[in-house]
Design a protein around this ligand. Structure first.
Ligand code: NAD
Ligand code: UDP
Length: 311
């Protein structure tokens, strides 16, 4: 039985991952400081003898025993990571060093949840892992983008210098049930606004693109990457290449909810990437992974989740 640490385990992706790892017969330690994570995401797991919750901030060192570590701890939506940018940097840089030291001590495999944001406002399309990115080092998104880039550097240096067994995944926009309604991301905002018959907020003219991956597909990719036996350390893109504009996404959500909401167009935040689409051929080759959830099906499940919160 493996003992697996999931930092950020009470967050959106983290709670899905904890559930899946428990289903597969592992012992799971969920570590979280509850900055954006929610107790209700993991409340039902607390009675499971294979599940342990540790309230802790990864900016502080920690000592515990484990065989594998998924490092997901970091606020992920722009309003949350921009709320305290210095803290976001500390979590990304000091936090990953603490967790890498823990991996080194335990000889554990560590997977870092990196992001498509390492490509910044990409000048290559779609983005593959060889692209070094186009990132503003001093903008409002930099605390997150540069923090995650530095974390990738630390991961590879701990691997080269100390032989730590690492895996780096670059996650593209992910959505699904258990997103925090207050998260501020486009999928959650549009669904909540549509269900409440409020104006649907489109930043800019809505022509910017994103590629949205359903959370179950993503979790499958994380687990395949962690357990691959090919000494494949990544970085590897995990995302759904089906690209659409923000306005197309909002229109689809409006249609699926049968909402009478109107679209309102608000200023585009600075450095908002113009387009984003993963090239996933590396994940297909190395992990035999392809996302299988069609966006309409995924959105329907997510809409049902947000409806259930209203009841
Ligand atoms: P989330 O905000 O829902 O979850 C992050 C979790 O980390 C929360 O539970 C939060 O309380 C916890 N956390 C934050 N700072 C911490 C700290 N210093 N110490 C301990 N816990 C801390 O975000 P998510 O969408 O679940 O994202 C999980 C990971 O995946 C993040 O690292 C994020 O950068 C990455 N990612 C997510 C997406 C996406 O679309 N959701 C895309 C790319 C990368
Ligand atoms: N966005 C939007 N309306 C919203 C929230 C976001 O138009 O209510 C836009 C945002 O400007 C960006 C895209 O949707 O262009 C995706 O935003 P999100 O915060 O979900 O993810 P990220 O920008 O990190 O990819």
């Amino acid at each position: 039985m493996k003992k697996i640490l999931v930092t950020g385990g009470a967050g959106f992706i983290g709670n899905h991952l904890c559930r899946r790892l428990l289903q597969e017969g592992n012992k799971v330690i969920c570590l979280d400081n509850f900055f954006t994570g929610l107790k209700r995401h993991i409340e039902d797991l607390l009675s499971n003898p294979d599940f342990t919750l540790i309230e802790h901030d990864i900016v502080e060192p920690i000592s515990l025993e484990c065989n594998q570590i998924y490092n997901l701890a970091c606020p992920a939506s722009p309003p949350h990571y921009q709320f305290d940018p210095v803290k976001t940097m500390k979590t990304s840089v000091i936090g990953i060093m603490n967790i890498l030291d823990l991996a080194k001590k335990n000889r554990a495999t560590i997977l870092q949840a990196s992001t498509s944001e390492v490509y910044g406002n990409p000048l290559e399309h779609p983005q593959n892992e060889k692209y070094w990115g186009n990132v503003n080092p001093i903008g409002i998104r930099s605390c997150y983008d540069e923090g995650k880039r530095a974390a990738e550097t630390l991961m590879t240096d701990y691997h080269r210098q100390y032989g730590v067994d690492i895996r780096i995944v670059r996650i593209f926009n992910t959505y699904g049930p258990n997103m925090d309604p207050k998260d501020g991301r486009v999928v959650s905002n549009c669904i909540i606004q549509a269900l409440n018959s409020e104006n649907i907020t489109i930043y800019g003219d809505g022509s910017q693109t994103r590629s949205f991956c359903y959370v179950d597909d993503l979790v499958e990719g994380l687990i395949r990457m962690m357990n691959n036996q090919n000494e494949f350390t990544g970085p590897v893109n995990l995302g759904n290449p089906s690209e659409r504009t923000v306005l197309e996404l909002a229109r689809e959500i409006k249609e699926l909810t049968g909402s009478k909401s109107e679209f309102v167009f608000l200023p585009l935040p600075s450095d908002d990437p113009v387009k984003r689409k993963p090239d996933i051929s590396l994940a297909q080759k190395e992990l035999n992974w392809t996302p299988s959830t069609d966006i309409t099906d995924g959105l329907k499940k997510t809409i049902e989740y947000f409806k259930s919160l209203k009841n």
